[in-house]
Write a protein that binds this ligand. Sequence first.
Ligand code: FAD
Length: 412
Amino acid sequence: MSAQEADLSSPLDGDTATDLAIVGGGFTGLSTALHAAERGIDCLVLEARQIGYGGSGRNVGLVNAGLWLPPQDVRRRLGEARGAALVKVLGEAPGYVQSLIERHQIRCEVTRTGTIHAAHSPKGYADLARRAEEWHRLGAPVELLSREEAAELIGSRCFHGGLVDRRAGTINPMGYVRGLARAAQGAGAKVATGVTARKLRRDGDRWVVETDRGAVTAKSVVLGTNAYSDDLWPGLKKTFTLIHFFQLATAPLGDRGRSILSGGQGLWDTGPIMFSLRRDACGRLIIGSMGTLVGGITGLSRRWAERTLGRLFPDLGKVAFEHCWHGRIAMTPDHLPRIHRLAEGLYTPIGYNGRGITPGTIFGKAMADLLAGGKEEDLPLPISEPNRVPSAPVMSRLYQLAFTANQLVKSL
Ligand SMILES: Cc1cc2nc3c(=O)[nH]c(=O)nc-3n(C[C@H](O)[C@H](O)[C@H](O)COP(=O)(O)OP(=O)(O)OC[C@H]3O[C@@H](n4cnc5c(N)ncnc54)[C@H](O)[C@@H]3O)c2cc1C
């Protein structure tokens, strides 16, 4: 929508061969391509629509450290050694994303003043205190904010406190993903858009990716399709519960919006149906929550956004909304992402649970390290087998009902 980086589109002309075929032009696929090309691997990205069409271009733009789960829970679920290693690499990941932005001069409105996890209730505040305690033990620059301190930073008295993480920041996500595509191309990767991978088959020691524009033969394949996975690898889209997250952007607010998130931090809250807020470089407020967009720019979601902004910032007055969209999120049962080896030479990092800027970038780099001769043991996550989640379709529908009900109730 407002990204300064240009969209990059280039067709695939007939059959071709490469070392590494990458399906999906989001953070995962393009980070894989960039790092693989930098390591001298010949690679080709196949994106069905446009760069950033999936979650990567529809994102809030919170470049957060760690995972959605508190760090102590990541360690408990993955075991001490693997858990601590993942927490460390993802704790440092915002710095890595920022260094890529710097190195490749990606125009994505990057801010480096942190993000705020805001407490929606006393219980939410207790959860933040538990997170803060563990991050402090690990030496991370996070600060637990009192109610007054949170009110000052956010410009709203509605929260019970907050946790500001100074490692984190914000970006225009479409700018970042397009910039990754430009950087990958600059490093020698080929990027083809408007190409749907239809089938994967083995031919001797090679993979053949059959697309609607020709066949691509490759030694290895990485699927970076995440929540947008289709039937390319049968059963893959049944390994997670699909939920949606919608957003609306106001017109630029000028001086009226200056006291809102005045330090440039992006925000999300501790509510069970989380909401998010960011102010972009043009002074638009971008507000969102879980669920699909209902009724477009004039319908229920817009009323929810108006009421929510009115509750948070009673002095703001009426605002105009210019854009709205939603995107898909892949949730795993334990809220941990996965790296699956689907077959020999065929990998997919997947299931980011709504936290994909840093994991997508880091897991893409890890894929490139592996395919350049690294060991599976050095991946940030242990390799796992894909497991179907039988309850996923029912859960998706129940979540969507709850999310729409939430919009309704909060629009009254
Ligand atoms: C609304 C929203 C807000 C979010 N906010 C944040 C946030 O603030 N911070 C954060 O860290 N994370 C956030 N996330 C999560 C994050 O955006 C995702 O985890 C991340 O974008 C996943 O990146 P990816 O590259 O793995 O997949 P995607 O970006 O989803 O890319 C998958 C791509 O694969 C393509 N594709 C699928 N099948 C095929 C095929 N057969 N052939 C060719 N191409 C195919 C799709 O067209 C798509 O472009 C948000 C997600 C959403 C939806």
